[in-house]
Structures are given as C-alpha cells and as structure tokens.
Design a protein around this ligand. Structure first.
Ligand code: FMN
Length: 265
C-alpha cells in the first residue's frame, strides 16, 4: 500500500500517516442513540442488524429500511421483517451496500432490480439510483416501486453539507463520467472519474474498509488545501448531468409536480 500511495503523498509533500488498525465499531452506540431519539425511520446498509435490534425498533414504533443490491439480499431483508427495502441500482452514488455477494458480483441497474424485487418480494420497494427528476420518479413508480430515493440530486442543494468543490464538480462536465471504485474507503462506491480512480483500478488491492479512509483522509485534506482536486474523490450517481435545482424545497416541489403531471397523462 505504501508503494502504491506514497507518490501521491510525496507530490503533496506530506508524510504517509501512521495507521492505527484498532478501529472499534460505533454500531452499537449508534443504535443506542437511535433508540433514544426514536426517529420515524431507521435505515441501514451493508447487512441486516441482529434480530433483537430490529425487534426493539419495532417495539418503539421506528420503521426499519434495509438496502438490497440483489434479489437474494431483498429476500433476506424480507425474512428479517424490515418495513421497506431500498432497491439500490448500480447507478446510485455512494457505497454499494451489497452484503451477500461481493459488490462487483451484485451490479444490477435500478430498473431491472425494481422489477426483479417486485416479482418476488411483498415488502414495499424504494427505487434508488440515477433518478434525478419527476420523469425518473414516474418511471420507477410505473415499474412497481412504492417510493423512490434520491441522493446525488440533494448533494448540490444549498442545504447539503457537501463541500463547495464537490458541488461545483457535480455541476461540471466531469460529472458525466462516474466509476465504481474502492480507492477512497476500501469499499466499492460510485464517484466521479478522476486521476486516482484511473490510476488505482478497482482490481487493485487497497486497505480494507474503513482503514483506506484513514489513509486517504490526510491526502484529501492536503489536496483541498493545495487546490489539487484531481487527487480527491467526489461521490456521484450516474445522473448528475440532469440536475437543476440548488434549493432542497424547490427540488422536492419540482419532483412532486412533474411526477403528478406525468402520471396524470
Ligand atoms: C455522498 C453519498 C452518501 C450516501 N450515504 C448513504 C448512507 O449513509 N446510507 C444510505 O442508506 N445511503 C447512502 N447513500 C445512498 C443514497 O441514499 C441513495 O440511495 C443514492 O444516492 C441514490 O442514487 P443517486 O445518487 O443516483 O440519486 C449515499 C449517497 C451519496 C451520494
């Protein structure tokens, strides 16, 4: 790993970080916080929480939502009794939430996945990946989705915590090309193609999640400070080019109005 990544650290004239491999899981503390706050929904990715946790959520009236990238994952989530299942198509920005098979073996597009899931599971399906406007929402609902989930479209809104450079990249021509890479965190996720994703191919071995994030953290900070944005990865789904709205309320309103108009026709 040192040999692979040292040239980038050298270019930014910073040392490779000393990595502490002791990374205790925050999961139980996060669950504790959820049970205290009692939000309307508890959504999770990368697997299925233990039965006791799902039961407690149910007891507290918190709806549970899991993410599936294959029909088998959806069936496992249904068996666990979740309230809704996100059909996470490969167009989606951010991590691939696969948990039964490796992420590279679980690459189905949103529309095929929604239809597959709809034919085999009874739990409500939330379509996610590549949906950016009312046309996409109407298409997903027409194919049988019960709801849709958008991520990338909200990243460019004023309300989002994405950095100004990230927002600018999403609105630039560079967002036309995204790749599935694990160079940023050690787990496969969709991001804008750049120098690092081109040079560190998906097949290249990197550190396991979340250690790779610790390696890339200081590189990212120095790259931002030095304006070397070709060394920073920016998450994005495959449909950033269709984005228009930079205010969350306007985006929501447009989604509702456009979807209703199309479905009424
Ligand atoms: C930067 C970023 C972070 C995300 N983090 C999470 C997360 O923590 N949990 C989750 O369930 N989904 C997460 N997602 C996935 C979104 O909830 C959503 O399913 C996905 O973005 C939909 O595809 P789209 O980006 O093409 O709209 C994330 C997406 C992005 C772009």
């Amino acid at each position: 790993m040192e040999a692979l990544f040292k040239p980038y650290f050298d270019e930014l004239e910073i040392p490779l970080p000393e990595l502490n491999t002791n990374i205790p899981s925050k999961f139980l503390k996060q669950v504790e916080a959820i049970f205290q706050i009692k939000p309307a929904v508890f959504s999770f990715i990368f697997g299925i929480p233990p039965k006791e946790i799902l039961n407690e959520a149910r007891r507290l009236g918190i709806k549970t939502v899991g993410a599936a990238t294959t029909i088998d994952e959806a069936l496992a989530l249904e068996e666990a009794g979740v309230d809704a299942i996100v059909a996470a198509g490969f167009e989606a920005g951010g991590h691939r939430p696969s948990f039964l098979r490796p992420a590279y073996d679980s690459l189905t597009g949103t529309f095929a996945l929604v239809q597959q899931l709809k034919s085999k599971v009874k739990t409500p399906i939330i379509a996610a990946g590549g949906i950016a406007d009312g046309k996409g929402v109407a298409a997903a609902l027409t194919l049988g989705a019960d709801a849709v989930q958008l991520g990338t479209a909200f990243l460019i809104t004023d309300e989002s915590n994405a950095t100004p450079i990230h927002k600018a990249r999403l609105m630039s021509d560079e967002a036309k090309y995204t790749v599935l890479s694990k160079s940023l965190t050690g787990r496969m996720g969709r991001m804008i193609r750049n120098r690092i994703t081109e040079e560190v191919k998906y097949e290249t071995e990197v550190l396991p999640f979340p250690l790779q994030t610790r390696l890339m953290g200081p590189l990212r900070a120095a790259a931002v400070a030095q304006g070397k944005t070709d060394m920073i990865n920016f998450w994005s789904g495959q449909n950033a080019v269709s984005l228009k709205h930079t205010k969350a309320a306007e985006l929501m309103q447009a989604l509702v109005t456009e979807t209703q108009l199309i479905l009424q026709r």
